[in-house]
Structure formats: C-alpha cells, structure tokens
Design a protein around this ligand. Structure first.
Ligand SMILES: [Zn+2]
Length: 145
C-alpha cells in the first residue's frame, strides 16, 4: 500500500516535472524572441536619438543663418554679416555652411568662390570677359570680337 502511494507520488512528480520542463522551454523561447525585439528597439532608439540630435543642431544652425539676401543671394551668420556663406552649400541637405572666398579680381570682374564646391558669383560682372588674343590680322587671330 505504501509502495503504491510512493509510486503514485513519483508518477505525479514526473508528470509535473515534464510539464514544468515544457513550460520552461516555451518561456525560454518567448524570452529569446522578446530579447531580440528589445535589441532591435534599442538599436532603432539609438538611430532616432542620433537623427534627433542632428535635426536639433540643424535647426539651431538655421536659426543662426539669414538669407538669401539681395543683391547676390548670399547667406550670412547673423553675428557675422560681413562674411557671406555659399548658397549652394548652405541650402544642401544636410546643410553645410561654408564661407565664400574674399573678393577675387580677375576674368573681367570681381567675384567670390566657394572653397568647398567652387560655386562662383560675379559681383561686378555676370560674364567673364574672354581673353584678348593678340596677333597679326588675317592669320587666325582676333581682337575683341
Ligand atoms: Zn559651396
């Protein structure tokens, strides 16, 4: 009688242990899946934090910049109104404000040039004047055509 009771208890215990093992295995699978979801969310959160920081920086920079202003369409930092910024670089996405060169005199006018993208704006003449070739008339040379 006692042996039968002990055997019954062991059967119940084995059955309960098998059920626990099955539940534990299912829980481990669920935990693994949740862990992967959490890792993907953490990665996405990091990307969004970086993007948010970048956008905040860009907004702050845009609030510091005015333009395009006539007559040349330049942009300027509000606190540096005598240092024009390249319109092309300033309006690119993401914005990359770069100072234009000091005025250069040459090619028939005066102009500024972006040291980054080489955009140019003539301030005294829109078109550069072609160089004047000197030589004897009638032998393929020309003068101020
Ligand atoms: Zn530029």
């Amino acid at each position: 009688m006692i042996l039968e009771s002990v055997a019954t208890v062991f059967r119940y215990a084995n059955s309960a242990f098998a059920a626990l093992q099955s539940t534990w295995k299912a829980l481990k699978g669920l935990i693994y899946k949740r862990k992967r979801v959490i890792m993907a969310l953490e990665e996405r959160t990091t990307e969004l934090e970086f993007e948010n920081r970048s956008l905040k920086d860009e907004i702050a920079r845009k609030n510091e910049i005015i333009g395009p202003l006539e007559p040349y369409g330049y942009f300027f930092y509000k606190d540096r109104p005598n240092e024009p910024l390249c319109p092309k670089c300033t309006q690119s996405l993401p914005s990359h404000p770069v100072n234009l060169s000091p005025i250069v005199i040459g090619n028939g006018g005066s102009y500024r040039e972006c040291i980054h993208c080489h955009w140019q704006k003539y301030e005294s003449s829109e078109q550069p004047v072609q160089p004047v070739r000197m030589g004897r008339p009638g032998i393929g040379s020309f003068r101020n055509r």
